[in-house]
Design a protein around this ligand. Structure first.
Ligand SMILES: *[C@@H]1O[C@H](CO)[C@@H](O)[C@H](O)[C@H]1NC(C)=O
Ligand SMILES: *[C@@H]1O[C@H](CO)[C@@H](O)[C@H](O)[C@H]1NC(C)=O
Ligand SMILES: *[C@@H]1O[C@H](CO)[C@@H](O)[C@H](O)[C@H]1NC(C)=O
Ligand SMILES: *[C@@H]1O[C@H](CO)[C@@H](O)[C@H](O)[C@H]1NC(C)=O
Ligand SMILES: *[C@@H]1O[C@H](CO)[C@@H](O)[C@H](O)[C@H]1NC(C)=O
Ligand SMILES: *[C@@H]1O[C@H](CO)[C@@H](O)[C@H](O)[C@H]1NC(C)=O
Ligand SMILES: *[C@@H]1O[C@H](CO)[C@@H](O)[C@H](O)[C@H]1NC(C)=O
Ligand SMILES: *[C@@H]1O[C@H](CO)[C@@H](O)[C@H](O)[C@H]1NC(C)=O
Ligand SMILES: *[C@@H]1O[C@H](CO)[C@@H](O)[C@H](O)[C@H]1NC(C)=O
Ligand SMILES: *[C@@H]1O[C@H](CO)[C@@H](O)[C@H](O)[C@H]1NC(C)=O
Length: 486
């Protein structure tokens, strides 16, 4: 009997060693979890969603306490984010950095324990984006150093590493294949300082790689090349032949790090994904092809021409969920990066390493009532388009954009789409379906084939408003009754 147990334990041990070695060889796959949504899925449901899909790494964009609370005890490794807007104060004040670390890191790791497994603090979110100009980048190095010092003071610097997620446009002409690659000239000094800082503390280089955006911006890069298709026409760079856009971008990064004197610095792909709506070639079908291609490529352990058999240390998919309040300055597709819709339903199926071919949906999601706001066809609709545009300024009409899932629904259905989005975002309050008398509340689902008219998630603040209104009515009635009896 003991022999069997020993044999079994030994087998288990070997199995665990083998799988963990394999996992570290392949490089872990995690997800970005953003919360720029009008009605975010409650954090504890998101954590369940992560667990049921065996996703064991998440990257956050801030340090939301409900989110960190929900992650505690989950054994999911976490990257917490410092928003760009805090960089200025964190650069100029060591005290601000100490408080940030105390409030947002130390509090979740009592006595150096691991209640929440915080692995990285990401200082800024793509602070070097060209469109930001000089808004954030001058404060970056100072802020990163102050956060590092604060972690050291809190005796957490051996557990938590400071990183800086860089945008791909930190590199010059990534895809002018005829010229060499370099940091953007205006960033050269900062980047050299950043690499020295990361190297000193043994931190990896976090970078966004976006074959979707590269395809949008570079006529030369075909869709097939972006989607890891075997049949894509290859490109040459520095005497090497590239069969997909990912490798080309990755080696651009590797080349620049190497030229700067850090050929062995680990690279983490901080954001990579394919959107499913809001633009041409943004669809679930292509997103599925892309993510499957990416995962197969990572699992093949082939690496890239410059880094054979050395895939990224970690790869974070953009994104876990759709977010209806993400900025759309770079495109309407920005709100549709999710593997899952805003309410945690899988858009397609892929094996992220969970060992099953399909993703598991979020369970027991609570929605608002089955009600929609549409345009009243019996009214004079000559001003309806103006009302819809006004609604869209606040709500999310990205599905109506060219190439989007609702682009080809005809007028006035597109007006209804806009009205409904506004109505749902305002928790189905009757006055948010007015539109100068043009709105009509219906219980008949106006969704069409490809175009879904969503019903929002019930979130606690909506619950709270409703509760307050109810209490207010009770109070009013009581007061009225009291005054009558007197
Ligand atoms: C960053 O903080 C340091 C120390 O307070 C200060 O000297 C420096 O001017 C700040 N940088 C910028 C760009 O304001
Ligand atoms: C902790 O993080 C939250 C969310 O990012 C932020 O609002 C708060 O200001 C941070 N705490 C401190 C002391 O900076
Ligand atoms: C690409 O780089 C070459 C050589 O540096 C330069 O002549 C050319 O103008 C660049 N093309 C673009 C589109 O930037
Ligand atoms: C960037 O800075 C490094 C170190 O100061 C220097 O050697 C290099 O020539 C610079 N590169 C560019 C493109 O300015
Ligand atoms: C990219 O496009 C330019 C013209 O815009 C062409 O001259 C060049 O050969 C193309 N490069 C590749 C690698 O396809
Ligand atoms: C979508 O992809 C196809 C195939 O590569 C391409 O012809 C088309 O221009 C793309 N559309 C956009 C808007 O990028
Ligand atoms: C790329 O390089 C390969 C071999 O190095 C060569 O056969 C091929 O013609 C090159 N392609 C282009 C477009 O330059
Ligand atoms: C449309 O808007 C104009 C300008 O605000 C207004 O004068 C007109 O009465 C409106 N028409 C209808 C049918 O509401
Ligand atoms: C809208 O486009 C989709 C595919 O893009 C197509 O399947 C559908 O039939 C179209 N609907 C209408 C009403 O044209
Ligand atoms: C709805 O479609 C009409 C006709 O195609 C167009 O003029 C209008 O701008 C669209 N409105 C919205 C909100 O997309």
């Amino acid at each position: 009997m003991p022999t069997t147990t020993t044999t079994f334990s030994c087998f288990l041990f070997t199995f665990l060693i083998t799988t963990s070695t394999m996992a570290s060889m392949v490089g872990a796959v995690g997800v970005n979890w953003g919360t720029m949504a009008s009605h975010p899925l409650p954090p504890h449901k998101v954590v369940k969603l992560l667990k049921s899909n065996s996703i064991n790494k998440v990257k956050l964009f801030d340090a939301n306490s409900d989110v960190l609370q929900a992650l505690s005890g989950s054994n999911i490794a976490v990257t917490v984010g410092v928003p760009n807007t805090l960089l200025r104060s964190l650069n100029s004040s060591k005290k601000a950095a100490d408080s940030w670390v105390h409030d947002n890191v130390t509090r979740y790791m009592p006595n150096g324990g691991t209640v929440t497994r915080i692995e990285y603090v990401a200082v800024g979110d793509e602070p070097f984006l060209k469109s930001y100009g000089e808004q954030f980048h001058p404060f970056l190095i100072g802020a990163a150093m102050n956060i590092q010092a604060a972690l050291k003071k809190a005796k957490l610097d051996s557990k938590v590493k400071v990183v800086v997620p860089c945008s791909f446009d930190s590199f010059e002409s990534g895809f002018n294949l005829s010229s060499g690659v370099n940091f953007r000239p205006d960033l050269n000094k900062t980047m050299i300082e950043l690499l020295a800082f990361l190297d000193k503390h043994g931190s990896p280089f976090f970078v966004t790689i976006s074959p979707f955006i590269t395809h949008l911006q570079t006529k030369n890069i075909s869709l097939d090349f972006s989607l890891f298709k075997e049949t894509a026409r290859p490109h040459n760079l520095s005497h090497k032949t590239y069969k997909n856009s990912f490798d080309l971008s990755y080696d651009t990064v590797a080349t620049v790090l190497s030229t700067a004197g850090y050929p062995n610095m680990d690279i983490v792909v901080a954001k990579i994904g394919w959107p499913t709506d809001g633009a041409a070639n943004a669809s679930s079908y292509l997103a599925e092809t892309f993510i499957k291609g990416l995962i197969n490529h990572l699992h093949s352990n082939l690496g890239t021409p410059l880094k054979p058999h050395k895939p990224p240390l970690e790869t974070y998919i953009l994104s876990l969920l759709d977010e209806d309040q993400r900025s759309i300055t770079s495109g309407n597709f920005e709100r549709h990066w999710g593997l899952f819709t805003f309410d945690g339903q899988a858009k397609y199926h892929v094996d992220l390493g969970q060992g099953s071919k399909s993703l598991v949906n979020a369970q027991n999601v609570e929605y608002l009532s089955s009600k929609w706001c549409v345009v009243n066809n019996n009214k004079d609709l000559s001003n309806a388009t103006a009302s819809a545009l006004e609604a869209c300024a606040n709500a999310d009409c990205t599905a109506l954009s060219p190439g989007g899932s609702c682009f080809n629904i005809s007028w006035p259905s597109n007006i209804s789409y806009a009205f409904n989005s506004y109505y749902q975002q305002h928790d189905q309050r009757a006055e948010s379906c007015d539109f100068g008398g043009l709105g009509l509340i219906t219980t008949v689902d106006p969704s069409m084939d490809h175009c879904r008219f969503p019903i929002e998630i019930r979130v606690s603040h909506a619950e709270f408003h409703r509760m307050c209104n109810f209490l207010r009515v009770i109070l009013l009635v009581t007061t009225l009754l009291a005054s009558l009896t007197v």
